[in-house]
Design a protein around this ligand. Structure first.
Ligand code: HEC
Ligand code: HEC
Ligand code: HEC
Ligand code: HEC
Length: 178
C-alpha cells in the first residue's frame, strides 16, 4: 500500500512535467484495440465503437452542425472549425509527424483523447506496469466527473445537463475483475 501511494506521488508530478515538455505520438484506436478487445480484457474497443464518442467527428460533417457553427458566427464548416473540433476530435491541431498511419481523426473522441497519446506507453512491457505507463503519458482519471465536464459543459452548443452515473453507465469499459 505504502509503495503504491509513494509511486503515485512520484508518477503524477513527473507526468505533468513531461506532458508539458514533449509532444507524444498518437497511434490510433485500432492499435490500442489490438490488446483491448476481448471480453476477458474488457471489450473496450467494441464498447467505444458502439458509443457516440466514436461518431463525434462525423457529427460535425452534418448540415445541422454547419448551421450551428454559422449561427455562432464561425465562417468555416463545422468540421474545419477548431472551436468545434476541440471537443469532437483529437489530432487536428498537432504536427502530422506525430500521427501514425493508422491514426484517424475520423475516430472522433477516441482512446487517446481520454487516455493520452500512446506512442510511448503502448508496449506490453510498459502497459503492464501502471506507474510506468503513467510516466510515459498514459492518463487515468481519479475524478471522473471533473474530467467529463471538461467537454460536457455549457460551452457545447447542444449542451444537455450531465448526469455522471447515467452517462458513465453508457460508456463504462472496465477490465473485468478476476
Ligand atoms: C501490447 C498490448 C497493449 C496495447 C497496444 C495497449 N494496451 Fe493498454 N493495457 C495493456 C495491458 C496488458 C494492461 C494491463 C491491464 C489489463 O490487463 O488490461 C493495459 C492497461 C491499460 C489501461 C488501464 C490502466 C489502469 O491501471 O487503470 C488503460 C487506460 C489502457 N491500457 C489504455 C490503452 C490505450 C489508450 C492504448 C492505445 C494508446 C493501449 N492501452 C494500448 C495492453 C495494451
Ligand atoms: C473530449 C471531449 C469529451 C470528453 C472528455 C467526454 N466526452 Fe462524452 N461526448 C463528447 C461529444 C463530442 C459527444 C457527442 C458525440 C456525438 O453525438 O456526435 C459526447 C457524447 C457522450 C455520450 C452520448 C450521449 C447520449 O445522450 O447518449 C455519453 C454517454 C458520454 N459522452 C459520456 C461521457 C462520459 C461519462 C465522460 C467522462 C468519463 C465523457 N463523456 C467525456 C465529448 C466528450
Ligand atoms: C470519453 C473518454 C474515454 C474514452 C473515449 C476511452 N476511455 Fe478508457 N477510460 C475512461 C475513464 C474515465 C476510465 C476510468 C478511470 C480510468 O481508469 O481512467 C477508463 C478506463 C479504462 C481502462 C481501465 C479499466 C479498469 O478497469 O482499470 C482501460 C483498459 C481503458 N479505459 C481503455 C480504453 C481504450 C482501449 C479505449 C478506446 C477503445 C478507451 N479506453 C476509450 C475514459 C475513456
Ligand atoms: C465544450 C465542448 C464542445 C464544443 C466546443 C462543441 N461541442 Fe458539440 N457536443 C459536445 C458534447 C459533450 C455533446 C453531447 C451532448 C451535449 O451537448 O451535452 C455534443 C453534441 C453535439 C451535437 C449533437 C449530436 C446529437 O447526437 O444530437 C452537435 C450537432 C454538435 N455537438 C455540434 C457542434 C458544433 C457545430 C460545434 C462548434 C460550433 C460544437 N459542437 C462544439 C461538446 C462540444
Amino acid at each position: 500500500m505504502f509503495y503504491k501511494v509513494l509511486t503515485s506521488l512520484i508518477a503524477i508530478p513527473f507526468f505533468f512535467i513531461s506532458a508539458q515538455t514533449e509532444q507524444r505520438g498518437f497511434i490510433g484506436t485500432s492499435a490500442c484495440g489490438m490488446c483491448h478487445k476481448t471480453e476477458k480484457q474488457g471489450s473496450q474497443l467494441s464498447i467505444w465503437q458502439g458509443s457516440k464518442h466514436s461518431q463525434a467527428y462525423f457529427t460535425l460533417q452534418t448540415e445541422e452542425s454547419d448551421k450551428i457553427a454559422m449561427d455562432r458566427g464561425f465562417k468555416t464548416k463545422a468540421v474545419e472549425t477548431p472551436e468545434c473540433l476541440k471537443c469532437h476530435a483529437s489530432g487536428y491541431n498537432v504536427d502530422a509527424k506525430l500521427l501514425a498511419d493508422k491514426f484517424k481523426i475520423e475516430d472522433g473522441v477516441q482512446c487517446e483523447t481520454c487516455h493520452g497519446a500512446g506512442q510511448d506507453y503502448k508496449s506490453k512491457k510498459v502497459m503492464e506496469n501502471r506507474e510506468e505507463a503513467i510516466a510515459n503519458g498514459m492518463i487515468v482519471h481519479e475524478n471522473l466527473e471533473s474530467f467529463c465536464i471538461g467537454c460536457h459543459n455549457a460551452e457545447s452548443p447542444t449542451y444537455v445537463e450531465f448526469n455522471l452515473e447515467e452517462m458513465w453507465a453508457k460508456i463504462k469499459h472496465s477490465v473485468p475483475k478476476e
